[in-house]
Design a protein around this ligand. Structure first.
Ligand code: ARG
Length: 265
């Protein structure tokens, strides 16, 4: 099944401030290299037959390339983002406008949440992260807006500040994750819900290997996560490795650059 993704070209990408432990403004980052790597990611999706729509980047919003944070879209309903840090604040309304202009019913959020950074939709439930960015009250709000059960999971390691840095859906029913990124209670929830999950090593997580996008057959993921790639291949997945090392300097990987539009217009 082809998917529909929304992406944002890293036209104004930079590491100018630090809102997560990956970001070191003193080291800088190359916009041109980020654009090149991002273009390859977009091409990888298109080669797999997925549809990619684009939102115009905005000058002064260097993190806008991380489209996953822009909203959560389920059944064509759009639950907007409300960013935790003022540096990214204007991105919320910008993404919401993109959807509103195209006729999607949009919901302006009351509570802080960073879209698909902290919400990952499966067939029956939505997994939701909290602890660093998304307010747990937004989990409740999303459940009401989308009419889907939302399962709250607590993140405890600042390097894995968004749910999508520690877990990704392999399909609508199973996930891969790095257990140590979660509180003990949340680890237990994950074990109960996903007895057949793929468990990632610290090394895989530390290269943002879990910030991956699976269509159920192919997994687009950071090339450096070698153990995880092997494990996925053993399970029958086709791995599409990509190099997003420049975007990782801002704390992002393939999934961060990708907002899935479910139930599109
Ligand atoms: N979905 C994601 N994990 N996005 C990565 C966002 C990176 C961005 N620099 C931030 O800290 O907000």
């Amino acid at each position: 099944m082809p998917k529909h993704f929304l992406m944002c070209r890293p036209e104004y990408f930079a590491v100018e401030y630090s809102i997560n432990p990956w970001m070191r403004p003193e080291d800088g980052a190359s916009r041109d290299l980020a654009v090149l790597q991002w273009e390859r990611l977009k091409a990888a999706y298109e080669e797999l037959g997925h549809r990619v729509s684009l939102i115009d980047p905005i000058d002064g919003l260097p993190d806008m390339v991380f489209a996953a944070n822009g909203a959560l879209v389920v059944d064509g309903r759009v639950y907007g983002a409300r960013f935790a840090y003022p540096q990214r604040g204007p991105e919320g309304p910008a993404y919401l406008r993109w959807f509103a202009e195209r006729g999607y019913p949009v919901h302006e959020p009351r509570h802080v949440n960073e879209g698909e950074g902290d919400f990952l939709a499966l067939d029956e439930v939505v997994l939701a992260g909290t602890g660093f960015r998304t307010d747990v009250r937004a989990h409740q709000e999303a459940q009401e807006v989308l009419g889907r059960p939302v399962i709250s999971l607590t993140l405890v390691d600042p390097r894995f500040y968004h749910l999508d840095t520690a877990l990704f859906p392999l399909d609508g029913r199973n996930v891969a994750y790095y257990p140590q990124a979660f509180s003990l209670g949340s680890q237990e929830v994950l074990r109960r819900m996903f007895p057949d999950a793929v468990l990632a090593t610290a090394e895989d997580a530390e290269v943002l290997g879990l910030n991956a996008v699976s269509d159920g057959t192919h997994v687009v993921m950071n090339a450096e996560a070698s153990t995880l790639q092997l494990e996925l291949k053993l399970r029958g997945y086709e791995v599409i490795p990509v190099d997003l090392s420049e975007l990782r300097k801002a704390g992002g990987g393939p999934k961060c650059c990708t907002l899935e539009i479910r139930g599109d217009k």
